[in-house]
Design a binder for this molecule. Structure first.
Ligand code: IPE
Ligand code: IPE
Ligand code: MG
Length: 227
């Protein structure tokens, strides 16, 4: 069965640029183009939810010019793709604390969420200033603030940013690194993991197809026995 929800750790933009003797920022721009190919491929395959790891809570450690460039992409490129979202039924949501981003990046993201809320073919969650540890702590603090005294997995999940989105079925990471880097720590409990050496800016339909094919070959047991 096709996964209902795929999370992508879009890694390797810097290495892609370095291999071409280009600045790292050129890799991020190329990564943005790959992202559109990947969304189209997910739509073709019948995937309903996609979460894209765009900027982690740890990515602030990078040099200021790279961070500024990425913030600039969020403020300048996201709304420019409105015709793409509407033509393909893409609804956008954010995941993570976007409230602390530079105002133009934050406003443009919120505008894109509002502008695409009527689209219903695929829901794309943009994880920006997102960290899995922060997500869990934030959810627990929200529950405590409501006076909930007993924290359970259900309580935590119900206090996530977009709790109606089902847990991720498949997490895919490009560029060869085999770790989660703080991505979807709670919902990855029983997700399948697929790692691919190809650098993110080189991703397209074929890579999405092969990740889904690998997922379909797995036997998900959730701690039970094989059906
Ligand atoms: C992923 O590519 C994009 C972000 C983290 C924003 P990287 O920038 O991490 O690329 P590499 O891993 O250095 O090649
Ligand atoms: C994970 O990639 C974050 C994003 C893809 C946004 P990193 O490149 O930041 O992860 P590490 O540092 O290799 O673990
Ligand atoms: Mg990286």
């Amino acid at each position: 069965m096709v996964p209902e929800h795929i999370g992508f750790i879009m890694d390797g933009n810097g290495r892609w640029a370095k291999a071409r003797l280009l600045p790292r920022t050129a890799g991020h721009l190329a990564g943005l183009k790959a992202l559109k190919r990947v969304i189209l491929a997910c739509i073709d395959e019948g995937v309903r939810y996609v979460t894209l790891y765009c900027f982690s809570t740890e990515n602030w450690k990078r040099p200021a010019d790279e961070v500024n460039y990425l913030m600039g992409l969020f403020s300048e490129k996201i709304m420019g793709e409105k015709p793409f979202y509407d033509a393909n039924g893409v609804r956008l949501l954010t995941l993570g604390d976007v409230g602390v981003l530079p105002a133009d990046a934050r406003d443009s993201l919120l505008e894109a969420v509002e502008a695409t809320k009527g689209n219903d073919r695929i829901l794309v969650q943009l994880a920006i200033n997102y960290g899995g540890q922060d997500e869990i702590c934030t959810a627990v603090n929200r529950a405590l603030a409501e006076g909930i005294g007993t924290i359970t997995p259900e309580v935590i999940r119900a206090h996530f940013d977009n709790p109606f989105i089902p847990p991720v079925d498949l997490i895919v990471r490009s560029a060869g690194e085999k770790r989660l880097s703080n991505f979807l720590l709670f919902d990855s409990a029983y997700a399948e993991l697929v790692f691919c050496d190809r650098l993110w800016p080189d991703w397209g339909k074929d890579e999405v197809r092969s990740a889904i094919a690998e997922y379909e070959s797995r036997d998900r047991r959730f701690g039970g026995l094989k059906k």
